[in-house]
Design a protein around this ligand. Sequence first.
Ligand code: IPE
Ligand code: IPE
Ligand code: MG
Length: 240
Amino acid sequence: MAEYDGMKVPSHVAIIMDGNGRWAKKRGRPRSFGHAQGCTVVEQTVRDAADLGIDYLTVYAFSTENWKRSEEEVSALMRLFRIYIKKLLKVALEKNVKVVMIGERSRFAPDLIAGLNELEEKTRDNTRMTFVIAINYGSRDEIRRAMTRMAEDVKRGLVQPEAVSEELISSYLDTAGLPDPDLLIRTSGELRLSNFLLWQLAYTELYVTDVLWPDFNKDELIRAIRAYNGRERRFGGVVS
Ligand code: IPE
Ligand code: IPE
Ligand code: MG
């Protein structure tokens, strides 16, 4: 765990990046304008997190439920992802960041899937920070997919029902091999998880700010880390 300005920097920070639409509305602009600004902030946050010594940064970029938005908004988001994947590759190579995707990517257009695969492959050996992007991600869908694969393995005789441990369940999730988040930040004030990492957030400290995602910056990230440092972490038993 790194230190910054006398504080312990949490090893794994997860963020529900919310409020792009409200940010745009306040300016009388279309929602896609908020999403474009939101993408710029993601890029800067990757840099800031790496500089602060965070080991894992996970962001919720697009949920399984977000397909229900208007066709116009969904296609604007897909256009932005295409542009953004290229920018992110540059940042990741420059900052020695490994990029990993969680969620179900087969629903995306073939060129987008190819771009996401390339991003993972070209950054696979980077070591400074792991940046996890949740895209077409929903925790219940992740658990459903994991259970399907586990059931197949049971049927084939590869897994015995008595051997189903918490560790085994974790190993079937998209986040296999990643530690659970220490701190969850949600921007824009909503007090819910919106189907994000339900299993993995079991003992994560929660921090909600009214700041809208496009206004998020390094000072806000440091503020969240400061709040985290003031917490007494418990894992059901005693203070850690
Ligand atoms: C978060 O901002 C970005 C995505 C979910 C893709 P929203 O688009 O949810 O913005 P609000 O919540 O409507 O302000
Ligand atoms: C959560 O935000 C999903 C992402 C940030 C990608 P939403 O805006 O979609 O969630 P709800 O609808 O407020 O729960
Ligand atoms: Mg929202």
